[in-house]
Design a protein around this ligand. Structure first.
Ligand SMILES: [Zn+2]
Ligand SMILES: [Zn+2]
Length: 327
């Protein structure tokens, strides 16, 4: 099969012809139809996440069709369409798994990081971590739901019932979360890189009542802020924009260092927290909610062979919505 392979950090991906993977007992073999490109992929390529398997096939927003399965695999039939997310395997027995926090499992393994992912024609996945995808979505359109959607949704959930919501960084996750936010009747304020008029227009087109530079204060205090850009200085900016008792949620897996800030912007019971990974419950909830909320995704298609170009465009901020690789 054709694949794009990471051989070492800070190197471009290399086109390779690999043997077709074989499904283990509880795995399905999937013909990949679409795989979205996530900012986490860039963090892996850049060596900012320390433990990838190498060589590695990146990609954890996979949509494909089951073409074969292991002896003990029973959830899906050959021909079924499935989606594969970042959470690839959990132990089921550690304290976190038993508490319903499998996203924090001590032994968790992640797709496109410790398990080969979807920048390829074929992949294998544990069937217990695969999901059916609503018929209303095409393959390409569904791919960004699998991480930008799922982890974006978990991030939104951590904001509780905040009515007046700010989003910092208007990329793939934000463009999905914005639509859910509007569906839920909340008010949305979008913050982008200073001067990024295109991203601000995009945010307004998705229901933001105000869009502006991340360095500017919002027109009124926020009940909660979600930070999707991997930029540490946004943390004190978001805290300063948030009202007493409000919450700031960091949705990314990696962020540049957070500068020192005065205690008074955290005081008055503001909460600062992060979100790590996802649980299968997040996926089940979100994959029902997304079609009900009428969530559409904006995508830019790249042939698999042009994966490096997709990563470069994500890095430069040239993309609106999500890049999706098609083999
Ligand atoms: Zn566990
Ligand atoms: Zn991701």
């Amino acid at each position: 099969m054709r694949a794009q392979v990471l051989t070492a950090a800070r190197r471009p991906l290399v086109a390779a012809e690999l043997p077709a993977p074989r499904p283990g007992p509880r795995q399905v073999l999937i013909a990949v139809r679409a795989c979205a490109v996530c900012r986490t992929d860039l963090h892996v390529v850049d060596g900012e996440l320390a433990d990838p398997k190498l060589p590695l096939v990146l990609g954890h927003e996979i949509i494909g069709a089951v073409v074969d399965k292991g002896d003990a695999a029973e959830r899906f039939a050959v021909g079924d369409r499935v989606g594969v997310p970042w959470l690839g395997w959990t132990c089921g027995i550690c304290e976190y798994c038993r508490r319903g926090q499998e996203n924090l499992c001590d032994r968790a393994r992640f797709t496109g990081y410790q398990i080969d992912g979807g920048y390829a024609e074929l992949t294998v996945a544990d069937e217990r971590f695969c999901f059916a995808i609503d018929r209303r979505y095409g393959d390409v359109e569904a791919a960004p739901l699998m991480c930008a959607g799922l982890i974006g949704y978990r991030t939104l959930r951590m904001a509780g019932d905040a009515r007046c919501l700010g989003i910092y960084g208007f990329g793939a996750a934000a463009h999905i979360v914005a639509q859910v936010t509007r569906h839920q009747g909340r008010r949305l304020f979008a913050f982008t890189r200073p001067g990024d008029a295109a991203a601000q227009d995009f945010a307004r087109s998705l229901g933001a009542e105000w869009a502006g530079d991340s360095t500017a204060p919002p027109p009124e205090p926020l009940d909660a802020a979600l930070i999707f850009a991997p930029v540490g200085p946004l943390v004190p900016a978001a805290l300063a924009a948030t009202r007493k008792g409000g919450t700031v949620v960091c949705g990314g897996i990696h962020m540049s260092d957070i500068p020192a800030f005065p205690y008074r912007i955290l005081w008055e019971e503001r909460v600062l927290r992060s979100v790590a990974n996802l649980t299968r419950r997040d996926a089940e909830e979100f994959l029902v909610l997304a079609p009900e909320a009428g969530v559409r995704t904006e995508t830019v298609i790249y042939p698999l062979d042009r994966a490096n170009e997709a990563l470069a465009d994500l890095r430069s901020g040239a993309l609106q919505g999500a890049a999706v690789l098609v083999p």
